[in-house]
Design a protein. Sequence first.
Length: 561
Amino acid sequence: MSVSDAMRVRSSVVVDGRDRAAARSYFKAVGLTDEDLKKPLVLIANTWTDAMPCNFNLRGLADHVRAGIRAAGGTPLEFNTIAISDGISMGTEGMKTSLISREVIADSIELVARGYGFDAVVALVACDKTIPGAAMALLRLNIPGLVLYGGSIAPGKYKGRDLTIGDVFEAVGAHAAGKIDDNELLQIENHACPGAGACGGMFTANTMATVLEFIGLSPVGSASPGATDPRKEKEGYRAGQIVMELLRRNLLPRDICTRDAFDNAIAAAAGTGGSTNSVLHLLAMAREAGVPLTIEDFDRVSERTPIVADLRPGGQYVALDVDEAGGIGLIAQRMIAGGLVKGTTLTPTGHTLAEETANIKETPGQKVIATAEKPFKKTGGIVILRGNLSPDGSVVKVAGHERSLHTGRARVFEREEDAMHAVDKREIVDGDVVVIRYEGPKGGPGMREMLGVTAAIVGQGLGETVALITDGRFSGATRGLMIGHVAPEAFVGGPIAAVRDGDTITIDIDNRKLSLDISDDEMKKRLAAVKQPASRYGNSSVMAKYARLVGSASEGAVTTA
């Protein structure tokens, strides 16, 4: 590929001319030559870490991206940003850092790209918040770039069945209920995660990887191969070449991520029974893209989108089964054919989504991906509830066979650990509605996921009879009648702060209602008596800074100056 001056419009400011001799000297100290500096500088923004399996393979994958960039006429330079493991931090104070890390990832990629004058970006991602964080950065910078997903972990194998990390969390609940013994829990723990790769079900990582192919920030076909599949290396090389073509065409993220593309992305999450975290992340991405998007759009799109992929936690299969069936591209092909998404939106190659998926072949006999005409479920998995408990909205996933109506006694907890303690002590009984508050974006801060509690409830056999609501959020691995993102949150005086033990709460999915059975006058009286708790993190901590700057979950929990 020939290099034009237009492809170096950003980096030339940093490296060209007499006055930039010092900068060139620094680059030469790390091995670059004069020829290298005459080429576009391409940032490889890596989220590698050896502290978890999800991102463990990204260090090696970067070498293949680097080779692809060089072969296409660019000069690659790599930096590493942070990654927090949701699976490791789950159920601890550390989980509060996860959503906060999304903002830090986006900010750090933006800072490095601006600081060095990079001409283009390839972001390597895997665990949950690295994916939207990278996407937010690209949309904010609006320079040629793409996101490459490191791939799913292979399923664990135990007693003839596939295991995911969700099975481990549910086994904890089963153990607490006396349903399995110490050795069985240990065997599930030992077999669930066999190597590198992100969580294997349609949890948040695989949901967002799917979303990014549909929205056009990842090349079609790049996300489906697993982390340890040799094809992933080829996808790395291809990504390096594609980003140079993006640069040559000056095709920018905001050109690709139109309103139609965002609707496609919502449909992708809803139609695969994906994570409720997609609501937070797509709202945040839309803000960076300057695309109007509201929480109601998720309910609107989900209502017209059937579930066409039978994936865990609501279904039977794992992410690598999608790959074997034909890949994410086959899901897109089926959804385009059924009129569920628009095939006219762009992908990183410059071709449309319909063009990129037209020739994808289905594996004969596969049972993972259905058609729009004969779906697994008639409507999508994401529902927005309102009512006197969540006037600004709350989110529930109904990808499985959850009941649509539940009325029960409130069991109120001020933090996740207290709720988990009650579950462990078998104090939660049939019909209860567990309420966990002060876990929202500001109140946590950081809006913890509640997989430990929800999985323990399911593991104890209470998944069909107990509900949970929180101003925090859920893992994509969560299943059961669990309502999160309740807004306004308790910390800012939202109605969830007024709930008392023994109150009656009704969850009505069909009518989109989340209601506390008290009068308006009683609600006002209770809220007037609520006192905002003091921050637990002082004034200088990143946690305190985030709490001051973050907005409502109903708007994506984004930080503003």
